[in-house]
Ligand binder design. Structure first.
Ligand code: UP5
Ligand code: MG
Length: 204
């Protein structure tokens, strides 16, 4: 698709920081198309006939990053599908599709590849809070999420991968002046207001 037809915001932050929750709010405010890399991978994992299902399951349980080719292909396909059914006034302003790409890129190779092959992001929304808080949120969510990685062992691994592989991505985009850091420790509504202000400035 045509890169000039999209506006992309990456949404990063540790496991359980509230990326998905805040994306849902921003969809309502600005009509974004919300694509969670983790959700796309989980859907592919469960898709009958997928050649990647078992591999994805293993990576997610271990908190490891699935090889980037798979994730980038899923994202590109989802973006193309969304653009194909674009309708004015529903996130498609001025002839452009607005995308929130949640939980991606979380490793340097993915970041460089996506920027080169798909498109550059306008901004990175970075939700940050303490590991203690994230852990508490994930263990609470575990009661109902059904996610195979919402358990103490997997959570520890996810935190480690986040620090070792995702923090360098955030530093990389910080140097490009693209990162807006949002303290995600406050209530969902307080965090939402801050995120909304930041995005509103971009679309002003
Ligand atoms: N909650 C949210 N905000 C709150 C607040 N302010 N106060 C109190 N509670 C709050 O929120 C988590 C929980 O906290 C919810 O119950 C919520 O109500 C509450 P959520 O919005 O779901 O947090 P989020 O940051 O989205 O957490 P998630 O668990 O989805 O983050 P991860 O980054 O770990 O998960 P993701 O789905 O992105 O990735 C999962 C795995 O997929 C990765 O570990 C990896 O193995 C794989 N993956 C790749 O390989 N490649 C990719 O590119 C992406 C993923
Ligand atoms: Mg999420």
């Amino acid at each position: 698709f045509d890169k000039s037809k999209v506006t992309v915001f990456f949404v990063l932050g540790g496991p359980g920081a509230g990326k998905g929750t805040q994306c849902a709010n921003l969809v309502k405010d600005f009509g974004f198309c919300h694509l969670s890399a983790g959700d796309l991978l989980r859907a592919e994992q469960d898709r009958e006939g997928s050649q990647y299902g078992e591999m994805i399951r293993k990576y997610i349980r271990e908190g490891q990053i699935v090889p980037m080719e798979v994730t980038i292909k899923l994202l590109e396909n989802a973006m193309r599908a969304a653009l194909a059914e674009k309708r004015d006034g529903e996130g498609w302003q001025d002839g452009k599709g607005r995308f929130l790409i949640d939980g991606f890129p979380r490793k340097m190779d993915q970041a460089l590849k996506f920027d080169e092959d798909v498109c550059q992001s306008t901004m990175v929304l970075f939700f940050t809070t303490t590991e203690e808080e994230m852990s508490k949120r994930l263990l609470e969510r575990a009661k109902t999420s059904g996610r195979e990685d919402d358990n103490v062992e997997s959570i520890k691994k996810r935190f480690r991968v986040y620090k070792e592989q995702t923090m360098p991505v955030i530093e990389h985009y910080s140097k490009e002046g693209k990162v807006a850091t949002i303290d995600a420790t406050a209530t969902i509504e307080e965090v939402h207001q801050k995120a909304k202000e930041i995005v509103a400035k971009v679309f002003a």
